[in-house]
Design a protein around this ligand. Structure first.
Ligand SMILES: Nc1ccn([C@@H]2O[C@H](COP(=O)(O)OP(=O)(O)OP(=O)(O)O)[C@@H](O)[C@H]2O)c(=O)n1
Ligand SMILES: C[C@](O)(CO)[C@H](O)COP(=O)(O)O
Length: 257
């Protein structure tokens, strides 16, 4: 599969064909982060992680709707402490599920069940735990999906990859030359993602692209940035703070003439 690093999107494709709804899965438990609360409520430069993610996706001109699957445990906090913020941005809260795919399915079912969203052609699924995705990368993956039907952001593997065999001291090395680390947003034609979830019978999948791959559909790989990290472990938060400082600083630095 060729890797598109800069999509020359089909400019003839009108904005209506790129009308995008975002599903922002936020219903996880943050087990690996180890906090008392859902890691998505962690503070990053004065805003929570999920708010950074929601704002960045909403800033793309193709994004018309945002649906956020949440856990019922967190619902009082989302509706209380953040209720006005959510309402002002027209974010729709839906009950998430046990697995990430259950939460995405819930968001997808909500989009497909309501005529308010009949203009949607593309669905962008983005982890609420990825607060630092860039405008450029969001635009690139949406444009690629508008052209190809499906696209994911990813970064090439830059370290040697080892597989641990049965004996803990036995390992093997995997050829990394065509290996990429998938990120989100992952963007799909609505009908492709709907078909993928209709045919999904619970076989584990750690991302949504895998479900669309199982249909045999093309999925473009769009080279993204390592800045777009997923906050998974406690050490990821200070790393995100330094990345955000750099992003903010570079945006405000006067351009050298
Ligand atoms: N049942 C689930 C599981 C995950 N997610 C969301 O999917 C994204 C990526 O998942 P991950 O980073 O694994 O978050 P958690 O599942 O919360 O983390 P952990 O596996 O450590 O519990 C997160 O925004 C998370 O909230 C979700 O909406 N529903
Ligand atoms: C979807 C994803 O972010 C792509 O890398 C990743 O698979 C999510 O994994 P998680 O264990 O649900 O965080």
């Amino acid at each position: 599969m060729p890797v598109a690093t800069d999509t020359n999107a089909d400019s003839s494709m009108g904005s209506s064909e790129r009308c995008t709804a975002v599903i922002l899965p936020a219903a996880g438990s943050g087990r690996r982060f180890g906090a008392q609360q859902n890691k998505l409520f962690a503070d990053l430069a004065g805003k929570t992680l999920w708010q950074h993610a929601a704002e960045r996706l909403s800033a793309n001109p193709n994004v018309r709707h945002l649906v956020m699957p949440i856990s019922e445990t967190d619902r009082p906090r989302f509706e209380g402490e953040f209720g006005v913020w959510i309402q002002e941005r027209g974010i729709h809260l839906v009950p998430g599920g046990r697995e990430r795919t259950d939460s995405v399915r819930a968001g997808l079912d909500f989009l497909r069940s309501d005529e308010r969203f009949q203009d949607v052609r593309l669905v962008a699924v983005h982890d609420a735990a990825r607060p630092l995705v860039s405008d450029h990368d969001i635009g690139a993956v949406i444009q690629a999906a508008a052209k190809i039907g499906a696209a994911v952001l990813a970064t090439p593997v830059s370290s040697t990859v080892k597989r641990r065999l049965n004996d803990e001291h036995s390992i093997s090395t995997i050829d990394r030359s065509d290996l990429w680390l998938a990120q989100t947003p992952q963007v799909f034609r609505l009908d492709w993602l709907a078909e993928a979830y209709e045919k999904h019978r619970g076989r584990p999948a750690t991302d949504d692209a895998e479900l669309v791959e199982r249909l045999g559909r093309p999925v473009a790989l769009i080279a993204g940035s390592t800045d777009n990290l997923k906050i998974t472990h406690p050490d990821d938060l200070p790393l995100a703070e330094s990345i955000l400082n750099r992003q903010l600083h570079s945006n405000t630095m006067p351009h050298a003439d």
